[in-house]
Ligand binder design. Structure first.
Ligand SMILES: Cc1cc2nc3c(=O)[nH]c(=O)nc-3n(C[C@H](O)[C@H](O)[C@H](O)COP(=O)(O)O)c2cc1C
Length: 192
């Protein structure tokens, strides 16, 4: 029960000038301050996805990601909002795996240039995450007008986000702990 929770973070866009990298890096820093969490940042831009193949058949081409999710207790997805949806590269990385996600928690960070902080993209991801077997937390973290929130060095300019991130992580930690206990103690055909 007390072992560190393994909670990788996935940065969901490969856009050259992406601002989502700033919330992703900042959140990893916040997570690293918490003794109960072990994390690392995965970046969809670093996945050499083939143009002519897709899905679980190629998961062994990405062993670090595969093994990280096998060992994970939960996952944080940092997604920008692109026309109210999520980037194709993010979906392609998520679709590399399936059974490895089952009965693990997922928490969403929405990032947008507009005033809604990615609320629409998060809502659109919930059915997809459910199909992956992930259990969605209900405390999101939203970065609206992200272009105004960080300085050139990536320093967050608004301290209010610390409290929001704490609530977001508290919920993810609770869900991840409960699900880890459940996977270990409650029989299911999806895990032994
Ligand atoms: C293809 C595309 C579509 C976008 N659609 C939206 C949108 O629907 N709502 C919004 O608030 N911002 C939208 N944006 C702006 C992004 O939210 C903005 O670039 C923000 O910084 C997060 O994305 P980034 O990490 O790529 O920078 C869009 C950007 C792109 C590249």
């Amino acid at each position: 029960m007390d072992a560190k929770l393994n909670l990788p973070v996935l940065l969901g866009t490969n856009r050259n000038l992406r601002n989502s990298v700033f919330p992703a890096r900042w959140l990893v820093g916040e997570m690293q301050k918490r003794p109960e969490i072990q994390t690392r940042l995965f970046d969809v831009a670093e996945f050499a996805l083939p143009a002519d193949d897709y899905g679980q058949e190629i998961k062994d081409c990405f062993p670090e990601w595969r093994d990280a999710i096998i060992q994970a207790d939960g996952l944080v997805i940092v997604t920008p909002e692109y026309n109210h949806g999520y980037p194709g590269a993010l979906k392609a990385v998520l679709d590399l795996l399936l059974k490895e996600y089952i009965h693990k928690a997922v928490a969403f960070v929405g990032v947008s240039a507009g005033p809604w902080g990615g609320t629409r993209v998060i809502e659109s991801m919930v059915p997809m995450a459910r199909e992956l077997g992930l259990a969605v937390t209900f405390t999101d973290l939203n970065f609206p007008k992200v272009q105004t929130l960080f300085d050139a060095e990536g320093k967050l300019l608004d301290a209010a986000f610390e409290k929001r991130a704490a609530a977001f992580l508290d919920e993810l930690v609770w869900m991840s702990r409960v699900l880890r206990w459940g996977r270990a103690n409650v029989p299911s055909k999806f895990h032994s």
